[in-house]
Design a binder for this molecule. Sequence first.
Ligand SMILES: [Zn+2]
Length: 262
Amino acid sequence: MSAQYPSLYNIVQRKDVTVASVLAQTHLSISFRRTLTGNKWIEWLHLCQRLMDVHLTNEPDRFVWKLSSSGVFSVKTMYEDLMNILPRFNRKYLWKLKIPLKIKIFMWFLHKKVLLTKDNLAKRNWNGCMKCCFCDSVETVEHLFLSCPFAKMLWRVVHLTFALPPPTNVTNMFGNWLNGIDKKTKARIRIGVSALCWSIWKCRNNIVFNRARSFNFLQVIHMASHWIQLWSLLLPVDQRELLATGCNRMVTVASDFFSLGG
Ligand SMILES: [Zn+2]
């Protein structure tokens, strides 16, 4: 924790414990001297997001999720806890979108520009190569999802398919970008945008962590289409059709675009 979450470490009650000893106890034995606010709250969410990927079993040593009475992690309790902090954030629509909670948190990190991109890692004293994995620029949230040539190609496909010009920057994407569009269409666009951003992030992580060499933007489009169709199951049956049609159109446009570009 001291290395990756220094500001949380500074206010943690007991600094001398190891991760192994914290995890070995029945209760997740971390407590803080002060209430978590601002960046500290974001760091805590980062940590929680990692815990969400921890596989829970009924073995004797296990995590106990403090937000539920049973002690077992559930998305519902995490969601309710997040809903409680909503008045502090004005992007309420994000939490109402019919997408998995994990993706809502990811999109909220993106909105706050606190995803662990290389520029943000450097602020935590990480000193690896800052280069974007798709081009030679420095990797920032703004760059990776919007201004990188790779992202621009993906947004170009969205533009060609739906006659929807790309957002100018992250603030615009979560702000005025869809002004004037009706509520239901907006919600569908936001599901699509979440899937697109999540696919860029997954592709980026695959290159950074798994050293995957080959990537092409058609794969990202297919991946986004896959997530959209999967998440559409969270919507009423009559609303799924539009998302499926949109996905098929996007894949067709991307294939044409790709074959034209060679
Ligand atoms: Zn780039």
